[in-house]
Design a protein around this ligand. Structure first.
Ligand code: G3I
Length: 450
């Protein structure tokens, strides 16, 4: 899929056209989203996605704007994909995967073999029957998604907590100690291009459990068992906090010749303490060359499996939290980056109290669709509301808008501020976005302030 990126700026004020029109290179802007900032560091920034939430426009808007990788939160698990032995249901997972592929987002597959979330029929199997069912499951699911998955969590959570360094007891473990490598070999045969990961929790620092996983990777590498990556779930809370050896732990695995990924990040808490921990995790990944990306385990706090711990980057209304800004900054981006429109197309409106604004439009497009991110910035006077206007080419239709309200979906479309981002101090900016099908917009945008 070939994508293009264009950033253009048009500046007007209500009655007074105050601006120039400039074509800017992407590098003229500090990245303003998690995905683009991570991409500038050659990494992805992903999130867990629940299929049933995709119709929520706030949710899908943030998903489109911020994330370059998705992990189906539950839809690919054994109970979801093979509820009856031999009968596979991929509808919900397909919805997530096909949408991600269309949007140019990577997909982390999660999870092929796991002791939890097994269908009842599998829970009741043992021995050879269970082993064969597991291999068939891995093969069928990985084959269905062959070519669409960047990384698979082939085996999830197979080691015991605590100091034993032992395997977790489970029905799968009781089929024989080689069940993990059998699953990896089946996944490799089914989808040779996907990176194959082992994924676990409480393995984020250097401890007995992570060392047991480390020793397994050493063994697999020595014996030629296919393994490409290790996932560190990174679910942190006061009982299980981020530790100072986090980066060193990632590095010791990377030194074995596998990629490392932060796969389910969430950190309970709030304010600067939470933000500092998120930033530390982000910096640790950036410091380890083979850390290829970070996935947070949900979008808004209210989407989290631990919602009461407010562990994510967006609040329940979809507004970015302090933790969001900390991550974006750690990635080298800027939530309030110097706008390209300011430097390339200065607002020349008089500072007599006339309310003006600029709209800077960045368009990412591919065959059949586009995503536009618009930065609205107040001129030299504070504004209490704004409307940006874009003219779409024939055949283009806006299908989704976030952080603004669209009027119309074809031709001349106007976007009014949302309730929380209409008031801008002098020189301050905010962003909204829209997604569509058909040819990319001509990037002509106007901005009217009030
Ligand atoms: O779909 C049903 C719904 O029909 C029903 O009304 C509702 C009532 O509780 O339950 C819904 O299913 C729930 C499902 O999430 C979807 O929301 C399950 O009960 C619930 O058990 C399930 O929890 C998931 C959990 O894994 C199960 O182990 C969480 O969403 C999911 O975030 C969590 O993810 C795991 C990773 O896969 C592995 N690492 C740990 C991580 C957090 O536990």
């Amino acid at each position: 899929m070939r994508r293009s990126l264009a950033i253009l700026t048009v500046v007007t004020s209500g009655a007074l056209a105050a601006g120039a029109f400039a074509v800017l290179s992407p590098s003229a802007n500090a990245a303003t989203t998690l995905g683009t900032a991570a991409a500038a560091k050659n990494r992805y920034f992903g999130t867990a996605v629940a299929a049933y939430k995709l119709s929520d426009s706030v949710y899908s808007g943030i998903l489109n704007r911020e994330f370059t990788s998705v992990t189906p939160e539950n839809e690919m698990k054994w109970d979801a994909t093979e509820p009856t032995q031999g009968t596979f249901t991929f509808t919900a997972a397909d919805t997530i995967v096909n949408r991600a592929v269309a949007n140019g987002q990577k997909v982390r597959g999660h999870a092929l073999a796991w002791h939890s979330q097994q269908p009842a029929w599998a829970q009741n199997l043992s021995g050879t029957a269970l082993r064969n069912a597991m291999v068939n499951h891995v093969t069928r699911v990985a084959t269905h998604y062959q070519g669409k998955i960047d990384s698979w969590d082939v085996v999830n959570e197979a080691f015991a907590d605590g100091s034993s360094g032992a395997r977790r007891d489970s029905n799968l473990q009781r089929t024989g100690n080689d069940w993990i490598e059998v699953a990896f070999r089946a996944a490799r045969a089914a989808d040779p291009a996907a990176k194959l990961c082992y994924n676990d929790y409480n393995t984020d620092g250097i401890n007995a459990k992570s060392t047991a996983v480390y020793n397994m990777v050493v063994d697999f590498k020595a014996r030629g068992v296919p393994i490409d990556c290790v996932g560190f779930q990174s679910h942190f809370n006061p009982q299980s906090p981020l530790t100072a050896d986090y980066q060193a732990n990632l590095q010791r695995f990377a030194d074995l010749g596998v990629d490392v990924q932060i796969t389910e990040l969430d950190i309970e808490g709030s304010g600067s303490a939470q933000a500092d921990s998120f930033a530390a995790v982000t910096r640790a990944c950036l410091a380890v060359t083979r850390c290829t990306g970070i996935t947070v385990w949900g979008i808004r706090d209210t989407d989290s499996w631990r919602a009461s711990g407010t562990p994510l980057l967006f609040d329940g209304n979809g507004n970015p939290k302090q933790a969001y800004t900390a991550v974006l900054t750690a990635l080298g981006g800027s939530a309030t980056s110097p706008s390209a429109s300011v430097s390339a197309s200065p607002d020349t409106s008089p500072s007599t109290g006339t309310k003006t604004c600029t709209a800077t439009v960045a368009v990412q497009s591919w065959t059949g669709g586009f995503v536009a991110t618009v930065t609205v910035r107040a001129g030299s006077t504070a504004v209490s509301g704004w409307t940006a206007g874009a003219t779409l080419p024939t055949g283009a239709t806006v299908t989704n808008t976030w952080s603004a309200t669209a009027s119309g979906s074809t031709g001349a479309v106007s976007f009014a501020n949302a309730g929380y981002n209409g008031s801008l101090a002098a020189g301050a900016g905010t962003s909204f976005g829209f997604q569509g099908t058909g040819p990319a917009p001509s990037t002509t945008a106007t901005c009217t302030a009030r």
